[in-house]
Design a protein around this ligand. Structure first.
Ligand code: C2E
Ligand code: MG
Ligand code: MG
Length: 497
């Protein structure tokens, strides 16, 4: 006997089997018997088993890097926690997220992005021990399960991984520099796998907030901050829908005459519960979530309308310049040039009075396209300023190639003025550099008279800072414009003479 057939549950008018049914079953059973004996079934079973193994692998691995995926990683952590129930504090989960990978992927194309991810997977794997599990959790998120003595040891491994990722990656003829941020969470009695992974994620988030390219070890108070951030994100989306943004203006003053030459537009968020939120507390978040695109458009549109309004109502002040900060995400949009041109056309503002501020990093990321776009908007007549100059990494030769009209000396250099001889000389050198390449220089963050005077001595054209005036609302600007007191026209006298 090679097998038995069991039949049942006959469907139809007759609910039992009779002799004629039996006559049908007999040949069927004989045929099946032959098939079984010739081993066909065995073969099919083997195929089925292979298929199942393949499916299992697919379900548990990331096809791009071949690493275990999130589902598998959770299983592995669960298993490890069960095994080390007595001393779970030896288990560490490291969570890695690449910094600004979206930018690389968007600008360099997905096939380069994929190859970078494969290389990152390889580097993480070789930076950790052979016993440790490396997984790709999603897009640019990786995780490692470690067996190690304590949080310090785990942090050490995470730092080594970050260093490995930072080494330049060569793809075809191009070198890429990637950075990542890490979070570490150690096992805890009673903690489950998903909790442990989430804690490492929260620590990573906190490290991103603190400025990326670094590592943080989880502590329970981090949760509160993350929840708050979550709320803020939802609020920010609503703020865009309802336009809760207000522009403030900070005077830019001629250091020689103390006359106001223009205003920097600085956005404020009027939050219904929190009150006024400063850009430092929401622009980075907006940049991560791409909400910076609608916000940036709003700011630019409002600034153009406001400038146009002042130009019409106060024609004697038509020379006033308005400078607007531009985020790198805005510039990366293929529609950037078209949209900007349309905004100018719609508002009717004269482009000569507009200055766009960009930071060095904007241009470091994707020089060719960015420069081409900037040239296009420049051809309309508006000017470009490099914001916070000296805090980025641009080389001098790079600076000479850019279509920049104005350098804004970053506040840390202004702060250094008069502090030591060396710092003073440094600020002077940067001002000199700007002038040498034919740019105007605006010193940022002037808080004291002495700084203003030193800068003027160095030939710095313009200044901005609390010493002259903090950013104020439009009413203040109008007050200044209406004053019209002859020779003192638009002058800011900051200190008791
Ligand atoms: P930023 O463009 O470098 O703007 C100068 C910042 O320094 C402003 O902060 C200003 O209030 C502050 N500041 C000016 N003078 C002084 C001073 O004498 N002492 C000190 N301690 N601070 C001074 P704010 O308004 O908080 O803006 C911070 C940053 O947020 C800006 O830096 C800019 O990068 C960004 N930002 C502001 N508005 C926008 C916007 O509409 N779009 C984009 N993309 N970024 C914006
Ligand atoms: Mg600025
Ligand atoms: Mg600045």
């Amino acid at each position: 006997v090679v097998g038995t057939i069991l039949v049942g549950n006959r469907v139809g008018e007759v609910d039992h089997f009779d002799r004629s049914d039996l006559e049908l079953f007999e040949p069927l059973a004989r045929n099946l018997g032959t098939v079984l004996e010739s081993g066909t079934l065995e073969q099919s079973l083997q195929q089925l088993r292979d298929l199942e193994a393949q499916l299992r692998h697919q379900a548990y691995h990331d096809p791009l890097t071949g690493l275990p995926n999130r589902a598998r990683f959770i299983e592995r952590v669960e298993l490890a926690l069960d095994f080390s129930a007595a001393d779970p504090e030896h288990l560490g989960v490291l969570f890695f997220d690449l910094d600004d990978f979206k930018v690389v992927n968007d600008s360099r194309g997905h096939s380069v992005g994929d190859r970078l991810l494969i290389e990152v997977a390889r580097r993480i794997s070789s930076a950790v021990g052979p016993e440790d599990t490396v997984a790709r959790l999603s897009g640019d998120e990786f995780a490692v399960l470690l067996d190690c003595p304590d949080a310090r040891g785990a942090r050490g491994v995470a730092e080594a991984v970050l260093a490995a990722i930072r080494r330049p990656i060569q793809i075809d003829d191009e070198e890429h520099g990637l950075r990542a941020t890490a979070g570490v969470a150690m096992g805890d009695s009673g903690a489950r796998a998903d909790e442990l992974i989430r804690n490492a994620d929260v620590a990573m988030f906190t490290a991103k907030q603190a400025g990326k390219n670094r590592c943080e070890v989880f502590s329970p108070d981090m949760h509160v901050a993350v929840i708050e951030r979550h709320e803020l994100m939802a609020d920010l989306q609503r703020a865009v829908d309802r336009d809760e943004f207000v522009l403030h203006y900070q005077p830019i003053v001629s250091l020689a005459t103390q006359r106001v030459l223009g205003f920097e537009v600085l956005v404020r968020w009027h939050h219904p519960r929190r009150g006024v939120v400063n850009p430092g507390d929401f622009i980075p978040l907006a940049e991560e979530t791409d909400l910076i695109l609608p916000i940036g458009r709003l700011v630019l549109a409002k600034a153009c309308q406001q400038a146009r309004d002042w130009q019409q109502r106060y024609p004697e002040h038509a020379d006033l310049a308005i400078t607007v900060n531009l985020s790198s995400r805005q510039l990366q949009q293929p529609s950037f040039v078209g949209e900007t041109l349309q905004l100018f056309a719609e508002s009717g503002v004269s482009p000569e009075s507009l200055i766009l501020e960009i930071t060095e990093s904007v241009l470091m990321e994707d020089t060719g396209t960015s420069v081409a776009k900037l040239m296009q908007v420049k051809s309309l007549g508006l000017r470009l300023a490099m914001d916070d100059f000296g805090t980025g990494y641009s080389s001098l030769s790079f600076l000479a190639e850019l279509p920049i009209d104005i350098l804004k000396l970053a506040k840390p250099f202004t702060d250094g003025l008069g502090r030591t001889e060396r710092e003073t000389a440094f600020a002077e050198a940067i001002v000199g550099l700007g002038k040498t390449v034919g740019m105007k220089v605006i010193a940022e963050g002037i808080e004291r008279r002495e700084q203003a005077e030193l800068l003027r001595g160095f030939g710095c054209d313009m200044g901005q800072g609390f010493y002259f005036s903090p950013p104020r609302d439009a009413t203040y600007v109008e007050h200044l414009l209406r004053r019209g007191d002859g020779a003192e026209d638009r002058k800011i006298i900051p200190f008791p003479a």
